[in-house]
Design a protein around this ligand. Structure first.
Ligand code: IMP
Length: 434
């Protein structure tokens, strides 16, 4: 395994955490390069369920270097909570490295996130409320506080003296009932800085060295292609660049240091928050998929919207990211349905369309055109071992037809198939013939 990125091809929650955790077995370094604690990865190890927001999933594998890169925005209190939780459960965090260039999410960012959302009337983004957008805005507006500054008490105090009163003015102007208490917030942030100091370092140099030493590095994407600030369904997107191009700038490596790009797609589609979703399902079918797939946000607990797999979206993601392999996750969730559908193209104003328009009113008018597949029986846990050992041919025929169709239509080889929630419930086709 050389350097490899794992990228969501839909609206996030594709099951990247599990794929990263699986691939991390072969990796020596695992890196996050964008997003913040709006992400949420659930990984089941034995009977223990871990919910990670800031920490790279690779942290659960002993001996791996876990890096939070410069492109990430970090809520110091949340990160410390995750570190403490892992320590309590006997996991080591000795190998955690946090970029001194990553920006910190401040208490006023969270308040601003809420205040701005409340002011948007019909166009609410449905953010996770974690302060992600305001933190990235301040980064670009050159008002941000970086982790290297957070851990330097004198610099931190000086920056906060200027920025807290300024942000409180903005909060009041936005009608926020709550503002930041400068004294309390400063004390708390100074304490966070002290506790995080041992982890904060120049991760860019660490990664350059790792590349020179030919270490196996795994870059863990958060959110998904359709939530990308440039290429997603703007403004119903997150505030970072989620596509593979950002692996380089979000971690400080050169683009040609990346060897492989794995796209992750669910066998269906989900989306949290507002915005167009052409293949969305409602009623009984939505409920069935949501319940069986456990489609509730790891971060907010919100119920996810569910729909059929959309190949227009997948082909778009392929073109933007250049996937060299696909992981098709949660195929077990569709087991037991009479019929499974896949959207092959849209009909827009009576015409066939195979592209994602930038104008959301047009995307809202896109009607999905489906290819239908016979359903397959539910896969029993007792069968999984034999399927995983026997390979692709052991899967039910209609499921194989579905997989081969997705592979042909997306133009990317399906390398992994997720058959269940556990770490080992994955069919690994990377080195196998069909
Ligand atoms: P923000 O990233 O909190 O600003 O939220 C912006 C949009 O991205 C909202 O629709 C969120 O629901 C969505 N979003 C952010 N992170 C995730 C994620 O990890 N999974 C799914 N949706 C997300």
């Amino acid at each position: 395994m050389p350097t490899i990125a794992v990228i969501g091809s839909q609206w996030g929650d594709e099951g990247k955490g599990k794929i990263v955790d699986f691939l991390a077995e072969e990796a020596q370094v695992v890196v996050r390069f964008q997003g913040g604690n709006n992400a949420g990865h659930s990984v089941k190890v034995g009977e223990e369920l871990y919910k990670l927001h800031h920490l790279p999933s690779g942290i659960l594998r002993p001996g791996r270097l876990a890096v939070i890169g410069n492109g990430v925005v970090i809520d110091p209190g949340v990160l410390l909570g995750e570190i403490d939780d892992l320590k309590r459960r006997g996991k080591s965090v000795r190998n955690l490295k946090i970029s001194d260039r990553a920006h910190a999410i401040m208490p006023y960012h969270k308040l601003l996130d809420g205040a701005e959302e409340r002011l948007r009337k019909s166009g609410k983004v449905g953010t996770t409320g974690r302060g992600i957008g305001p933190a990235y805005s301040d980064k670009v507006g050159r008002l941000g506080i970086r982790m290297g500054e957070l851990v330097d008490e004198d610099v931190l105090r000086e920056r906060l003296e200027f920025v807290i009163p300024l942000k409180n003015k903005v909060l009041r102007a936005l009608g926020s009932e709550t503002v930041v208490d400068e004294k309390t917030a400063t004390m708390e942030l100074v304490d966070y800085g002290r506790r995080l100091k041992p982890f904060v370092t120049d991760t860019v140099s660490i990664l350059h060295k790792a590349i020179d030493e030919k270490k196996r590095i795994l870059f863990e994407g958060a959110q998904g292609t359709m939530l990308d600030i440039d290429h997603g369904t703007y403004p119903f997107v997150t505030s970072s660049t989620t596509v593979s191009g950002n692996v380089a700038s979000g971690s400080g490596i050169s683009p040609n240091a990346l060897n492989e790009i794995f796209g992750v797609t669910k066998a269906y589609t989900t989306r949290v928050g507002a915005g167009p979703f052409p293949t969305e399902l409602h009623g009984e079918l939505h409920e069935r998929i949501a319940e069986k797939g456990g489609e509730f946000g790891t971060t907010t607990g919100r119920s996810r919207r569910c729909g059929w797999l959309d190949l227009v979206v997948l082909r778009y993601a392929q073109a933007l990211n250049g996937f060299t392999g696909l992981a098709l996750t949660k195929i077990d969730v569709l087991g037991g349905l009479d019929e499974v559908k896949v959207c092959t193209h849209y009909k827009l104003d009576g015409r066939k369309s195979t592209r994602i328009p930038s104008d959301l009113r047009s995307l809202e008018r896109c009607e999905p055109v489906y290819r239908c597949f016979d359903g397959w029986e539910e896969l029993q846990r007792s069968e999984l071992k034999a399927i995983i050992k026997g390979g692709f041919s052991q899967l039910p025929k209609s499921l194989r037809d579905f997989v081969l169709f997705v592979e042909k239509e997306s133009g990317v080889r399906i390398a992994l198939i997720g058959l269940g929630m556990r770490r080992n419930e994955l069919l690994d086709l990377r080195r196998k013939r069909r």
